[in-house]
Design a protein around this ligand. Structure first.
Ligand code: ADP
Ligand code: MG
Length: 252
């Protein structure tokens, strides 16, 4: 197995005349914690969609653990070990935590999708659910309906749902967006305590959180790579300050 978990070569995603992702290349090592930052519309979510296969890249090559997955459908990429959370909450509100986990598991697993309630989880599945909930600090909330969860717990559940298939690459799209300081700390603790061999790429706006969590930062602007470096280098980078931190301050 190659040492790089994820390798992007000259990825372009065009929507008509707009290049939402414009010639992005990067290599993420196995077990690395990487942040993708950049102003709204920079192409961060579109890049995640290209990696997961939700959106087909217009050109370029995506390699996961040494295999070219550029033309593979989303379902195959999920089965290969790529999992993600969404920027917008994506839960079934009237179902319990456990039922949401069951849907996440059966939706991506190799077993045929079965209707909710038609079969109890088998013991291996129960173990997967329990360990994903434990990692996401929701072990005691299995029987609770999503509507009864705090917003922070809902975001934790989304992380749990992404973890239940035991991925090797986890993509988190703004996992701390809209959270209180205490809830952000919870997300920080969760990401920090994820298994060391799990590769994590996260989109995040809060530089303080990024600095605490990741080894390396990629900054996008207008679909293009603006800068790459350690969190400290990125924080000191004049280009990044101009396009990103400046805007963040202006929006604050
Ligand atoms: N399905 C789509 N069709 C057309 N344009 C899109 C689509 N998805 C995203 N875009 C455009 O691509 C650009 C990048 O969007 P996005 O990846 O969501 O940015 P970010 O996540 O960095 O805020 C934006 O200009 C957005 O309007
Ligand atoms: Mg986005």
């Amino acid at each position: 197995m190659s040492e790089s978990a994820l390798n992007l070569e000259n990825i372009v995603v065009a929507f008509g005349a707009l290049k939402a992702v414009d010639n992005v290349s990067m290599t993420v090592k196995r077990g690395e914690r990487r942040a993708i930052i950049g102003p709204n519309g920079a192409g961060k979510t579109t890049l995640f969609n290209a990696i997961t296969g939700v959106t087909r890249s217009t050109s370029g090559r995506i390699t996961f653990e040494g295999l070219d997955i550029s033309r593979k459908p989303a379902q195959s990429r999920a089965r290969m070990g790529i999992s993600r959370t969404f920027q917008i909450t994506n839960l079934f509100p009237s179902l319990t935590v456990e039922q949401n986990m069951q849907l996440a598991l059966r939706g991506t697993g190799s077993r045929k999708f079965s209707m909710l309630g038609s079969a109890r989880l088998v013991s291996e599945e129960r173990e997967q659910v329990a360990s994903a909930l434990a990692l996401s600090r929701l072990a005691t909330r299995e029987a609770v309906e999503v509507t009864e969860l705090s917003y922070g717990e809902q975001r934790q559940l989304e992380i749990a749902m992404a973890l239940v298939s035991r991925p090797r690459l986890l993509l988190l799209d703004e996992p701390a967006a809209g959270l209180s300081p205490a809830e952000r700390q919870m997300v920080t603790d969760i990401v920090r305590s994820l298994p060391k061999d799990l590769t994590v790429v996260l989109i995040e706006h809060d530089m303080e959180l990024v600095l605490k969590l990741v080894d390396y930062v990629t900054c996008l602007n207008n679909g293009q790579m603006l800068a790459e470096g350690s969190p400290e280098e990125i924080r000191a980078n004049q280009l990044v300050q101009d396009v990103y931190l400046g805007k963040a301050r202006a929006n604050a």
